[in-house]
Design a protein around this ligand. Structure first.
Ligand code: PEP
Ligand code: MG
Length: 326
């Protein structure tokens, strides 16, 4: 199948009935950006900036951060790059940031990501400055991880805006800046009416979102088979978010691993989600799925299935895909 994926590398991720999806990739290193051409993706939908922190022996300074972001933007050229501010803390222990090496019993639900950034504003200011300066003359796209309530987004955004003002008094700065929210904590889904008017895009982190929705540790192999990304609870939850965001005119992307599996991605198209940021190796398989799919047909099918869920959604969708040569 590798040859089949290579053959469609230059072709768009478009369904049989003409729906243009977007396939972007998740990345975290400068080398990943250099691979962009190879994957034939539309851009980088999630750049995990914490990778640089995790592989460094000391806290990366503003210059080191600037150099990485600049390199990534240059490699991406005209294609968009969405930078996520650091998701450190919790189980991502950093020796040089002692109090972030959390020994709490539930590190995934602990002092991590935006929670840590909002409490350690010097760290976040340095990152903001590095991003703003690296994106000089271009569009800067930033999103914040682990937002539980809209005020956290507002605080993070205000911090960035203050840095933009500071930079713009001295240099040209970015041509434009787009702010996004990651939706990976279920409480935020209940507050979309407050959040949506304030964001340029929404990115759903299905890895964290499903572990919180099911109260099931994503790293525990004993639970891996028990909860399924194709469960009606998840699909209904995601559909609610996508419907609300669509109504508000806010683009939605799924950036968790779920979108990188062809059957799951098919189900996501079924609930109206057509923007994906996935691992580079999944671009070929997901694109092949999309190009063989009738989006209107899967939307009708998934709507019927979610109204009256079958016992085994995975089997039902697998059978449907096979019958429709997806
Ligand atoms: C997610 O939670 O789905 C996500 C994309 O972020 P990460 O996997 O880095 O936590
Ligand atoms: Mg996450």
């Amino acid at each position: 199948r590798r040859a089949e994926f290579a053959a469609i590398r230059a072709l768009p991720p478009i369904t049989k009935d003409g729906l243009r999806a977007t396939l972007m990739v998740n990345a975290g290193l400068a080398e990943d950006a250099a691979q962009l051409d190879l994957s034939g993706a539309d851009g980088i939908g999630l750049f995990r900036t914490e990778f640089q922190f995790l592989i460094s022996a000391a806290l990366p300074g503003r210059d080191a951060q600037y150099r990485l972001y600049r390199q990534v933007l240059e490699a991406a050229g005209d294609r968009p790059v969405v930078f996520r501010t650091v998701d450190i803390g919790g189980d991502k222990a950093l020796p040089y940031l002692a109090d972030a090496s959390d020994e709490s019993e539930n590190p995934a639900m602990g002092w991590r990501a935006l929670r840590l950034s909002l409490d350690r504003t010097a760290l976040m200011k340095a990152q903001a400055r590095a991003l703003i300066e690296a994106a000089e003359g271009r569009i800067l796209r930033v999103m914040f991880p682990m937002i539980s309530e809209p005020w956290e987004y507002e605080e993070a955004r205000a911090l960035f805006e203050a840095q933009i003002e500071w930079v713009k008094k001295r240099k040209p700065g970015p041509a434009k800046i787009e702010f996004g929210a990651m939706l990976e904590v279920p409480s935020l889904a209940e507050m979309l009416d407050q959040l949506l008017p304030r964001v340029d895009f929404l990115s759903i982190g299905t890895n964290d979102l499903t572990q919180f929705l099911f109260a099931a540790d994503r790293a525990d192999p004993r639970l891996a088979l028990r909860y399924d990304w194709l469960s009606p609870a998840i699909l209904r939850f995601l559909r609610r978010i996508s419907v609300e965001a669509n109504a508000a005119g806010v683009p939605v992307r799924v950036c968790g691993e779920m979108g990188g599996r062809p059957l799951e991605a098919m189900a996501l198209v079924g609930i109206g989600i057509t923007n994906f940021s996935i691992t580079p190796a999944a671009v070929g398989p997901v694109k092949a799925m999309l190009r063989s799919l009738d989006a209107a047909a899967v939307q009708a099918k998934v709507a019927a299935l979610l109204a009256k869920p079958p016992r085994d959604m995975r089997k039902t969708l697998t059978d449907w895909a096979r019958r429709h040569s997806v």
